[in-house]
Design a protein around this ligand. Structure first.
Ligand SMILES: [Zn+2]
Length: 261
């Protein structure tokens, strides 16, 4: 489905999909997706991501504690972060994520979330891995913390499932942060996200599924899967009036730069 068979899904959760990995990867390959980054949200899913990366050539891993999980784990913070840090050293771990701030859900207090976010930033900087950020209704605080903990090499910060508007995209572009767009950019009511995608420079963009969530049009309503990254890539190329093969080549160059695979 993609002209370049080396396309990839920069952020997915095959463990949450709960389907046999072989079948998910075969479907992805058939759609032109040669790699997927499976992202951890807690210790079990981070371990799962590292284990699958060891088994499947197409799978790469990101490890972290999701901001919504931080409160439940706060009593064992040092121990949990030590394991995240150890997992980060495993082969084919390409990012620390997803970490960040989620002010939409109140599962953890902003103070606790910010402390865990800073700790993950420290691990990313120390290990040289990309920082994969979950930012929900927390743009200002995320940007402030990144500025305080910078300067960053331009390739190290990725906003997963980018949710900002055009102004936020311009600020990210200015700082050299990478914006990864998910299937929700194809939704009818996503004008603000489309404006952001138009502002984002192609060389600072990635595409992802965040499967099993956010299935792109025309399959909205069904569970998402890495293969469907192909729809989002084509949609973004059309939106930005770019040749899809050239956009794929650009995404691959950015992926190689950010994930160093
Ligand atoms: Zn995710």
């Amino acid at each position: 489905m993609l002209p370049e068979p080396g396309g990839f899904d920069s952020h997915t959760h095959m463990d949450i999909m709960g389907l046999p990995v072989d079948g998910v990867l075969a479907a992805a390959r058939a759609a032109g997706l040669g790699r997927v980054v499976n992202v951890g949200c807690d210790l079990p899913s981070s371990r799962w991501s590292v284990a699958r990366a060891g088994e499947y050539p197409e799978v790469y891993a990101a490890v972290a504690i999701h901001p919504n999980e931080t409160s439940a784990l706060d009593g064992a913070r040092a121990q949990v972060l030590a394991e995240v840090s150890a997992l980060a050293q495993a082969p084919k771990v390409v990012a620390i994520g997803e970490t960040g701030l989620d002010y939409y859900r109140d599962w953890a207090s902003p103070d606790v979330q910010r402390e865990w976010f800073r700790a993950h930033i420290e691990i990313a900087r120390r290990t040289g891995k990309a920082l994969m950020i979950h930012d929900r209704d927390a743009h200002e605080d995320v940007l402030t913390i990144l500025a305080e903990t910078g300067p960053w090499p331009s390739y190290s910060v990725i906003f997963h499932c980018f949710s900002g508007d055009a102004a936020m995209a311009a600020r990210c572009a200015e700082a050299g942060y990478v914006m990864s767009f998910a299937g929700n950019v194809t939704f009818k009511n996503a004008d603000s996200l489309r404006e952001a995608a138009l502002v984002a420079p192609a060389e600072l963009m990635l595409a992802e599924t965040d499967a099993p969530y956010l299935t792109p049009v025309p399959h909205r309503g069904k569970p998402n899967s890495p293969a469907m990254t192909a729809y989002t890539i084509r949609y973004l190329a059309d939106l930005k009036k770019l040749d899809v093969a050239e956009f794929c080549a650009q995404l691959q160059a950015t992926g190689a730069r950010v994930f160093a695979w």
